[in-house]
Design a protein. Structure first.
Ligand code: COA
Length: 176
């Protein structure tokens, strides 16, 4: 599969994780994640406040996947269907050569290497599967965990700063 076609939904598996599509059944976990002060600390987003916010978010995400605009996975541990984090590729360039990556983990599941494991798989999907030439990540300079993760994944810091965020970039050449 090259290019943007997310139908059927690309379920991804790693040694410890299954990355699957979000569903209505994830609304409590999505509300908890998106209203968590620790998770939101560096994200500059409006915190979710109600179960309706979570439902609307899940609906919007799945509509965007249906239109092949972005791709967003629920991170779950093998053997359990409970969402413990999310990871996505979005903001694809028109020629489909570039995208941005985003990710978050429920605090109790951080510090175990789960996001690194998920991101390696998603990067492989983006670069080898979709044919992306580069993947960007914008992170707050104070977000040490995210910065450490990006460096471990091989992202290089770019000199540009966007709205106070640091841009990191992984290119296909770095991956090969
Ligand atoms: C960014 C975020 C996902 C990183 O989470 P994380 O748990 O640090 O990342 P990983 O899951 O890859 O785990 C790495 C940590 O697990 C440790 N670890 C434990 N077991 C491991 C294993 N089997 N394999 C790899 N690492 C392991 C690593 O040493 C590392 O810890 P350290 O950073 O203290 O050295 C998390 O901090 C988060 O959700 N933040 C809020 C949302 C956010 O800011 N997103 C970024 C937007 S740009």
């Amino acid at each position: 599969m090259q290019g943007r076609n997310f139908s059927p939904f690309p379920v991804l598996k790693t040694q410890r994780l299954t990355l699957r599509q979000l569903s209505g059944g994830d609304e409590n976990e999505i509300l908890a994640l998106r209203s968590d002060d620790e998770v939101n600390r560096y994200l500059g987003r409006n915190p979710a406040r109600s179960i309706d916010d979570a439902r609307n978010f899940i609906r919007a995400i799945n509509e965007s996947i249906e239109k092949n605009e972005s791709i967003y996975w629920a991170v779950t541990l093998n053997g359990s269907d409970t969402l413990v984090g999310t990871i996505c590729l979005y903001d694809f360039s028109i020629d489909n050569s570039k995208a941005e990556i985003g990710y978050e983990l429920v605090p109790g599941f951080q510090g175990k290497g789960f996001m690194q494991e998920a991101a390696i798989k998603v990067i492989d999907y983006g670069i080898r599967g979709m044919g992306l030439r580069s993947i960007d990540a914008c992170t707050h300079p104070g977000n040490g965990r995210s910065t450490r993760l990006l460096e471990k994944l091989g992202f290089k810091k770019d000199c540009s700063v966007n709205d106070g965020l640091v841009l990191f970039r992984l290119t296909r050449e770095q991956e090969e």
